[in-house]
Write a protein that binds this ligand. Structure first.
Ligand SMILES: Cc1cc2nc3c(=O)[nH]c(=O)nc-3n(C[C@H](O)[C@H](O)[C@H](O)COP(=O)(O)OP(=O)(O)OC[C@H]3O[C@@H](n4cnc5c(N)ncnc54)[C@H](O)[C@@H]3O)c2cc1C
Length: 411
């Protein structure tokens, strides 16, 4: 087995690991840094973010867009603002641009370009990157807690390599996207005997619902206001054979519990009374069955509503009572929530290691010189660039923690 020594071992060359390595090395060229990545290339997940366009951040960094240990995360996020992110990426050649919305993307709209920029800068700085290197165990040779100020030395083991280091940063991600992106959850084993973990749950993910109706409408998209457990979001909803998808569904997926009702308001701009009037007026048009909703709602969705009320074959005119019932259903087209479609399809992980067990620089309070960044921690963001912003902000915090110790001897 080969043995190598370095100052800082960063485990995981994803969004936060790559960034932490660059931030560290730029401020202290003397640091010998190794980035160990279990996949054959760095930044694989980053290269598919935002449907290949990389929603890199969001201008609106209100803490309400984050979930989990937000009290502890707030300062870390305040220390790395949207403008700081723009400056950092600008300095590696990525023009971060808002395209008339608060969501920010690289101007190229190419996630792979962001990975390239990080990769090229890591290469330029001579950061040693070991791909196909999964770290399976990290031993802490001298344990001293952060308070006592004693230094810790680490030995980390891959299958064919042993890496000694003064610092370790664990940047292994959560479980979103699953094994194809190197995030199957096995990296939790590196820390779960030391730190307390909030059980991981997939978020920003499609949902499974009772699917007789959704399957019959498979492939149809409607604009709806979706409400789950008093949380609402409006946008395009896609009916699927397993249940529901689309931006508002992904956004609200974190709030779902088994047997909750997912309610679609298919005409959010109109009141139940107004819709009742629309329906009564249509009585004069002699529309029936699949044609009844023509020009008002997607015809097949409208027909599914009539069918759910057993009013689909009606040849006579709808009574006020029936029209009100139809309008009620248009305002609350409901589906029983069963589950998510799982980590493989999720964009983020809620849960992870508790932030209160880490300092404001993301150094473990239990093992000195051990740091964590990114999705492995118990903080996650809304869909819209927040998860990547957290990855970069946490990299900045950990890099500063190490730099403060190295350059100024701060604990
Ligand atoms: C399909 C998809 C689209 C997304 N789109 C967006 C978006 O547009 N905007 C946004 O803000 N967020 C998005 N996200 C979320 C975002 O990509 C993640 O939150 C972010 O990448 C997390 O960064 P990280 O550094 O914690 O981990 P990751 O970027 O996941 O990197 C972790 C790395 O660690 C490696 N690793 C794991 N274990 C080991 C080990 N034991 N040894 C060595 N290496 C290891 C992995 O192979 C991986 O490369 C998306 C996620 C997915 C799945």
């Amino acid at each position: 087995m080969e043995t190598v020594n370095c100052d800082v071992l960063i485990i995981g060359a994803g969004a936060s690991g790559l960034t932490a390595a660059i931030m560290l090395k730029r401020k202290n060229v003397n640091l010998n840094i190794i980035l160990a990545e279990k996949l054959s290339r760095v930044g694989k997940k980053l290269s598919v973010t935002g449907n290949g366009r990389c929603n890199i951040s969001n201008k609106d960094q209100n803490i309400s867009h984050y979930h989990g240990d937000t009290l502890s995360a707030k300062q870390i996020l305040n220390n790395f603002t949207f403008d700081n992110l723009k400056d950092f990426f600008g300095s590696i050649g990525v023009l971060v641009y808002e395209f008339n919305s608060k969501k920010a993307y690289p101007y190229s709209l190419q996630a792979s370009g962001v990975v390239d920029a990080l990769r090229f800068e890591a290469e330029r700085l001579n950061i040693k990157t070991l791909t196909n290197t999964e770290i399976k165990k990290t031993e802490f040779l001298k344990t001293g807690n952060t308070k006592s100020g004693k230094d810790t030395a680490f030995t980390s083991f891959g299958d064919e390599i042993k890496i000694n280091s003064k610092y370790v940063i664990i940047s292994c991600g959560g479980m979103a996207g699953g094994a194809q992106y190197g995030t199957d959850g096995s990296a939790y084993n590196l820390l779960n005997k030391i730190h307390t973990m909030q059980k991981p749950k997939p978020v920003i993910v499609q949902i499974k619902t009772e699917n007789t109706v959704t399957r019959s409408l498979k492939g149809i998209k409607v604009t709806a206001k979706v409400t789950i457990n008093n949380h609402s979001d409006t946008g395009e909803v896609l009916f699927c054979d397993y249940g529901l998808s689309g931006p508002p569904i992904l956004q609200l997926s974190r709030y779902c519990k088994k047997n909750d009702i997912v309610s679609l308001d298919l005409m959010p701009e109109f009141s139940e009374k107004q819709i009742t009037d629309f329906i009564l007026k249509r009585n004069d048009l002699n529309l029936a069955g699949t044609d009844f909703f023509a020009g008002l709602l997607n015809k097949r969705v409208g027909f599914a509503i009539l069918k759910s009320l057993n009013l689909q074959n009606k040849n006579t005119k709808y009574t006020l009572k029936e029209a009100t019932l139809i309008a009620k259903t248009v305002k609350s087209f409901n589906f029983k929530y069963l589950d998510t479609t799982g980590f493989k399809n999720a964009q983020s992980t809620s849960g992870g290691f508790l932030l209160k067990e880490f300092t404001e620089n993301l150094c473990s309070k239990k093992i000195n010189n051990l740091y964590c960044t990114g999705e492995i921690l118990n903080i996650d963001g809304d869909c819209g660039g927040y998860n990547l912003h957290w990855a970069f902000a946490s990299a900045f915090a950990a890099a500063n923690g190490i730099l403060n110790k190295e350059l100024y001897g701060k604990r």
